[in-house]
Design a protein around this ligand. Structure first.
Ligand code: COA
Length: 634
């Protein structure tokens, strides 16, 4: 083993995601049978990299990069050497990428998890308007979470499939009873899902005050809705004071600052015990104060912001522990949803859990026999020293700047859903991605590096790769779309329209092909990252290919997008990944599409509502184009 790698393994933070080998029996068999992630052929990735640059860099930049690629791919050159290193790594590990990805994408990422990393989910507004309704709904929701948890514990969670292939189920085993822990250079994850220290409680937070709520009876059965309701009422009644220090706001800070504050906080024994109780809980349930009233038009966008950051230190941001993997949020005014810490999982398993929980809340309550009295949930106390108070004030200030900076717009596109592109024999996802390309091109006059998440869960411990939605084919389509039509040459159809339709269909097909390539483990982004990390690990000087302007452009994702489909009429939302970019998440339903678009106010060039407007127009124009032209021969 290489010396550096050995050192790295010894220094492995406690609680990096558990290897699948420790999962329960039946599931373990399923996991072992999954294929391992391949290392794509070097020449294929380099060719595809150059193709991906075509729509986003100038001719001169492209020609410079072609030379760098030629040097990198030379027989016996650095590319081959790094590729061999990757292939060796792939032989030795369950997944050559997963640990690297977890560290680089999440645990070593130093910006606050709030907005920059943790996605939120906006659920449909519930029809309660008071505390009783809020607590009853929260009780039902907790029961639903425990019902889902029992499927995980009993291994009765059905294996998921994509395109007929079984998927890795590991992420489901990482999302409950886990928490991120800040570290000075790298964070870690702890998980209390199995073994002797298995979690039996959830953390409930109200008016910034945390409680440990045991959710199982002494015979091991989960508490009923009625029991949970009574316990939540007790919590509510003992946390009426609204002047408490928002200790949870510490988790919103830059990771280095939070790591320092964390060490300081845990010097006190009471604080340490309280923090451990939050970290080891199954999940957090945040009983929020109502949001300030807003008009119907902006309501969902405001809820999205509430889910992402809590609205600021004067509202609900201190009513969270943002390092907790799953936090369900139920406000007194009926707004609800969740926020999740991204490191252990992608959106789809989270939304699958949410779908189950939402369905569960609709079931009638079951009659239970007489209730035995339950002990008062334990209040988690904190001793606030002047130093901790200073850290809280600093975190408040930083968070409030971030809250002011986030621009988020939820748009329900109600003209059509995925049924329309399907009726045109076009992939709905490709159709939506093309509309995003068209909207961006119309706003800025050029294409940009675009990221769409593609699932790698066909492979053991697979996470994601990138679908690069800006392609030569998409650029041809968006350029043609607004070019003036040719004079009609006598036929009933303008030839230009026919051509635009052909270009649209070709671009959609190219997108679908990239998607297939990505989910089969043959996309370029994670492979390029792997080669770069291999160079760092091997202590070779960084190849020029990765120091190139074109590489920086390719990695500057002005559009960061993701499809997260759900049965529930909800939408996931996340922040942009660059200061001058957009975050776009969507849930295509059969007859409408839910979008959440984010940007930063500090960037004069971006505007979420404007992007939503252009996107809506692009979707409508693309439908009009297809409806105006007969089906192509493609
Ligand atoms: N004609 C008719 N129907 C078509 C079609 C065509 N040419 N192409 C696709 N469809 C249908 C599909 O069969 C599917 O039908 P269903 O609704 O009955 O299931 C539907 O349209 C959707 O397919 P499509 O739009 O192509 O998308 P997809 O479901 O294959 O998803 C990705 C594409 C990239 C989103 C998916 O592969 C993926 O990787 N998802 C994970 C993303 C992720 O992890 N995000 C989270 C990040 S936090």
């Amino acid at each position: 083993m290489h010396r550096r790698q050995k050192q790295a393994e010894q220094a492995r933070p406690r609680g990096l995601l558990k290897p699948w080998g420790r999962l329960p029996g039946r599931l373990q068999l399923h996991q072992v049978a999954l294929p391992t992630l391949p290392v794509p052929p070097l020449q294929q990735t380099l060719d595809r990299y150059l193709l991906a640059l075509e729509p986003i860099v100038s001719r001169e930049e492209l020609s410079h990069t072609q030379q760098l690629v030629a040097e990198f791919r030379r027989p016996g050159g650095v590319g081959e050497r790094l590729q061999k290193g990757l292939e060796r790594r792939a032989k030795k590990t369950e997944n050559w990428l997963s640990d690297w990805w977890l560290k680089t994408a999440y645990l070593e990422y130093r910006l606050p998890v709030v907005v920059h990393s943790s996605p939120g989910v906006v659920l449909p507004k519930q029809d309660f308007l008071d505390r009783q309704g809020q607590l009853r709904f929260a009780a039902k929701l907790i029961e639903g979470i425990l019902d889902f948890k029992s499927m995980i514990d009993n291994e009765t969670l059905p294996v998921e499939y994509m395109g007929g292939k079984p998927l890795c189920m590991n992420q489901y085993y990482q999302i409950l009873s886990s928490c991120r822990i800040p570290g000075p250079k790298r964070d870690s994850i702890v998980n209390y899902a199995q073994g002797k220290r298995q979690s039996r409680h959830i953390a409930v937070v109200h008016n910034f005050q945390f409680f440990e709520l045991d959710v199982y009876n002494s015979d091991g059965s989960p508490l009923s809705t009625e029991q949970l309701f009574i316990q939540l009422e007790k919590i509510w009644n003992t946390s009426l004071q609204t002047n408490k220090e928002p200790i949870g706001i510490l988790t919103t800070n830059h990771r280095n600052s939070w790591a320092k504050a964390y060490n300081n906080l845990l010097k006190d024994r009471t604080n340490k015990e309280s923090v451990r109780a939050i970290e080891s809980s199954i999940c957090t349930v945040c009983l929020d104060a109502p949001m300030p009233r807003v008009s119907h038009d902006v309501y969902s966008s405001r809820v999205a912001a509430q889910m992402l950051h809590g609205g600021g230190s004067h509202l609900n941001s201190g009513n969270r522990w943002f390092d907790k993997t799953l936090q369900f949020i139920v406000a007194e005014d009926g707004s609800c949803g969740l926020v999740y810490e991204h490191a252990p999982s992608e959106g789809p398993p989270i939304v699958a859990l949410l779908d189950h929980v939402v369905e569960f809340t609709k079931k009638p309550e079951q009659e239970r026999s007489a209730l035995s009295p339950l002990p008062m949930p334990r209040k988690l106390r904190f001793n606030i020293t002047p130093e901790i108070k200073k850290d809280i004030e600093q975190a408040k200030q930083n968070l409030n700047i971030l809250v002011e900076d986030l621009d988020v717009k939820v748009m329900v596109f109600h003209h059509f859903g995925k049924a329309f592109p399907k009726s045109e024999k076009i992939s709905p996802d490709a159709f939506i991605q093309l509309a995003l390309q068209l909207a961006y091109y119309r706003m800025y006059g050029h294409s940009c590096a675009t990221y769409e998440s593609a699932s790698l869960r066909r492979f053991r411990l697979g996470r994601t790769d990138t679908i690069r939605s800006a392609s030569a084919a998409s650029l041809r389509f968006v350029q043609a779309m607004d070019s003036p039509g040719q004079p009609n040459s006598g036929s009933s159809l303008c030839p230009q329209e026919q051509e635009k339709t052909e270009l649209l269909r070709r671009a959609a097909q190219a997108h679908r092909e990239y998607t297939d390539m990505a989910i089969q483990g043959n996309a370029i982004d994670r492979h390029l990252l792997g080669l770069k990390l291999q160079a760092i690990e091997d202590l070779v000087s960084m190849p020029e290919l990765f120091m190139d302007t074109a590489y920086a452009v390719a990695m500057h994702f002005n559009l960061s997008t993701s499809q997260v489909p759900a049965r529930t009429d909800c939408v996931m939302c996340f922040g942009p990944v660059v200061p001058d970019g957009y975050g776009v998440c969507y849930n295509p339903m059969e007859h409408h599409i839910n979008f959440a678009i984010s940007a930063f106010n500090s960037c004069a060039d971006t505007n979420a509502a404007r992007m939503a407007h252009y996107l809506e127009q692009a979707l409508l124009d693309m439908r009009a184009l297809l409806q105006a032209t007969p089906r192509s021969k493609l």
